[in-house]
Design a protein. Sequence first.
Length: 400
Amino acid sequence: MRKTTRRTILKTAAAAATVAALPINANAQSGEPIRIGILTPLTGAGGNDGPRMLKAMTAVFDEVNKQGGVLGRRIETVVEDDQTNPEAAVRAARKLIEVNKVPMILGTWASAVTAAVAPVCWESKTFLMTVSGADSITLLPHQGFLIRTQPTSKLQATAHGEFMLSQGAKRVGIIGIQAPFALPNKEHLENTLKPKGAEVVSHVIYEKDKPTYRSEIDQMMRGKPDYIYTNGYAPDTVVLLRDLYRAGIDMPKFAQSYAVPQATLDTIPPEVSTKVYTGQPSADIESPAYKLAADRTGDKEPDGYVSQATDWASMAVLTIAKAKEASGVAMKDNVRKICQGSGQKVYSAVEGLKVLAEGKEINYEGASGPCDFTDIGDILGCRFRYMHVVKGKLEFLKLV
């Protein structure tokens, strides 16, 4: 079997980007290609989600190119791996902006990465679409050059708190990584639990890449919780789950879905993941856009990340068509004109391009849900999908 390395992953990503750039009929398109930057985690803690988001984006661009592109020009993607690392991400963003001259960047995942990259974008008037959820992201002075399809920490933590309450949680212990969402999540959980007679009894923040978190677990357990809220990424969460099991701590544990993907569960004995529940912003599984995303990617059940990546690519294409220009300023000024309002509802970039060509207004409804944003770039709301782990396998629990 061929060994998979970071070099192999990056070559695969580059190949996918090249496929997305090839039109079915080169004679139908003219002019220089429109370059779009993709900066997403192909390696690191986000390495489970980045490649799938990349596939979803390139699938949309491939479909558009086969229909003649946008403004008579094909879409060409330039892909960089942010490595789930702020320093690496900033270097990559500068390369995309200064060397490749992209007007927009799609795909940042970790909140710390987005917080580092966002100033580079707004200072150069480069538009940024992200899946990062920390409240602080859209509070940055980004001047409108940023939107996110991921709900805020407040929306997510509130939903998580309500889920834990529904399971009878009274005393919640929080243990998680040092990240921009750490303290906001704690505050939002407290605000959700307290009116219902529950409380956060301990909150421990740990450093990443440690071989064990046993001392941090002991510190958390001094609060005598009856429910544990883990607040980290996959590499550290698997260490945490092992340590909890070894310590004989048998109580419900909640995690973000990205922290306990099936790929992680497959690396640990089933007994280590008992009583683990996960939650994630849900794709809009009843939307025609969701069905189209499934067909386009070959994924029977696209998750929230794949669906959001589908929507970034679709909104990028439709905004360029609406503005009749591919620039960061045009994106900032026009993105809401194609995805909210009273225009004709459309569910794909190709469909939207046809309606725009007829001189009509459109309202793009995405695979992740209605793409309606506040003035500072926050998505207005979404549904949440909950899973639980049964014998080492994730199983659907409910959609709220």
